[in-house]
Structures are given as C-alpha cells and as structure tokens.
Design a protein around this ligand. Structure first.
Ligand SMILES: C[S@@+](CC[C@H](N)C(=O)[O-])C[C@H]1O[C@@H](n2cnc3c(N)ncnc32)[C@H](O)[C@@H]1O
Length: 248
C-alpha cells in the first residue's frame, strides 16, 4: 500500500497550499547544499507534492521527479513544466538508466524507505561519475524523531512506522555502495508562522493527525520541538540533518 494516498495525501497537499511561506528556509537549504546548475539533470527523490520541484525546475535543464505516490505527483503534473519528467517510483524501486543524472536531492522522504541499501545502489547506478548525493532527513535520537514517534505515530491516520538515520549507518551505506565518506551536517531549520494557532493547524494537516486535534498538535510541538518568536513570526524548530556525498 502507498502510504501517502487518500486523506494523508489530500491533507498534505492542502496544508502546503494553505501555508505557502512556512517552509521557505527548506528551499534555501536545497539551493545551498545541492547547488543546482542550469545545464544539469537532477533527480528528486520522494518529492511529495513538489515544494522543491518548481524552484528546482526553474534552475536546471531537466528535473526527474520521483515519488511512489501517484496522488502526491499529480500536484506536480499540474505545474505543466516541460523540463519535468514524473516517475512513480520509490528510492528503492528506481528503474532509471545508468549514469543519467548529475545530482540527487531528497528532503524528508528517506525515513519512509525501508530498503536503504537498495536505494543507495540505485543512486550509485543512476548518477554520473562524481555525481552529488544530497539527502536531508530525520535522525534517530533527535527532537524531531521524538515528535514523530510520540505524536505522529499515535495520531496520524496511517500511523508512522519509519526508519530514521544514524551517522554511522549513512557512512556505512556510502562505503558499501560506492560513495565518498559523507559530510553529515546539522540543519537547525525553523518553519515560520503568523500565529501559534497556525502551527497546530499546520502539523495537524501535514501529518494527517486526524486522531487528535490541532490544539493538541500545538501542545506537543511546544513541549517537544520548541517554538520561539522572532521578528513577529512564530518559529517552530525542525531539527534535521543532511548527508552530502559524491559518487566515486
Ligand atoms: C514527508 S513527505 C516529503 C515530501 C517532500 N519531499 C517535501 O519535503 O514536502 C515524504 C514523501 O516520501 C515518499 N516516500 C514514501 N516511501 C518512499 C520511498 N521508498 N522512496 C522515496 N520516497 C518515498 C512519500 O510518498 C511522500 O511523498
């Protein structure tokens, strides 16, 4: 079963439309660490409803957008961008030809992939020599992992059984599948909102936490992740890490 389908996907897409500015920092992170160039072909993995796809497609020659959920990808189809190719595949089921892409980008998706070894073998196959691998995701032991395991696993309509990362496993995967020793960097992301109430609504929708209320989502976020007010905006801490490596 594809997890991001039905109500889970509907709420995800609606949420990102309702709060189009909350995740602007994520786009800056993509530009900073991926450094996409205009003559490149990039593969986006676990693209969801395409928060990065439009800005990326505006920079590069070709963007191959992948996700195992057709419903998530349908949103990207609506963009009708000529240099985007959509493929309904997970990281572990990619069937692209060898040495077709300059770089791979993924954000917040790989913890849904249970066969990361297969995924990294696929990445090594489809990347050209010295191609870049840039993956931002959730780490074991982080406050974000606690948020997912405490709140989302309990209240999400589909549940949330996932496989978060460790530095050691990321390094082992790179070693085993033909990548350079990765740089693994902390991302102290903050998602930004006009009111605290919006944070509860955002989390309720983005995680489809239909088994609780937006008020309870906000309470959990304040206790586990922390919220601070800066320049008139409420900033929700969203601590992730990023793996940056290169095919040898
Ligand atoms: C939390 S969403 C993130 C989407 C998008 N990258 C973003 O930042 O908004 C996770 C996405 O991972 C996708 N996914 C699930 N299993 C996957 C797999 N094995 N490989 C790649 N992506 C997967 C889901 O369909 C979903 O769209």
């Amino acid at each position: 079963m594809v997890e991001f389908s039905g109500i889970r996907s509907k709420m995800y897409k609606a949420c990102l439309k309702e709060f189009p500015h909350a995740r602007e920092e994520d786009i800056e992170i993509m530009e900073k660490y991926l450094v996409p160039k205009k003559d490149e072909t990039i593969l986006e993995v676990g693209a969801g409803s395409g928060i990065f796809s439009k800005p990326l497609a505006n920079i590069v020659k070709k963007l191959i957008v992948s996700d195992p959920s057709k419903e998530q990808l349908d949103e990207i189809k609506l963009l009708q961008l000529k240099n985007i190719e959509l493929i309904e595949q997970g990281a572990d089921t990619l069937t692209l030809k060898s040495e077709t892409v300059n770089a791979i980008w993924s954000f917040g998706a790989m913890h849904h992939c249970f066969n990361k070894t297969k995924a990294f073998q696929n990445f090594a196959k489809v990347l050209k020599k010295s191609g870049r691998l840039v993956l931002a995701d959730v780490w074991c032991g982080s406050k974000l992992a606690k948020h997912f395991d405490t709140q989302v696993a309990k209240f999400c309509v589909t549940g949330h059984e996932v496989a978060f990362w460790t530095d050691e496993f990321a390094e082992s995967l790179c070693f085993l599948t033909g990548f350079e020793k990765p740089k693994i960097l902390d991302l102290q992301i903050q998602w930004k909102f006009k009111s605290k109430k919006d944070i509860g609504i955002f989390l309720y929708k983005i995680h489809a936490m239909t088994k609780t209320t937006p008020e309870n989502c906000l309470k959990g976020a304040e206790e586990i992740l922390g919220i601070e007010k800066k320049k008139g905006l409420y900033c929700l801490n969203w601590p992730m890490k990023i793996i940056v490596s290169k095919k040898i």
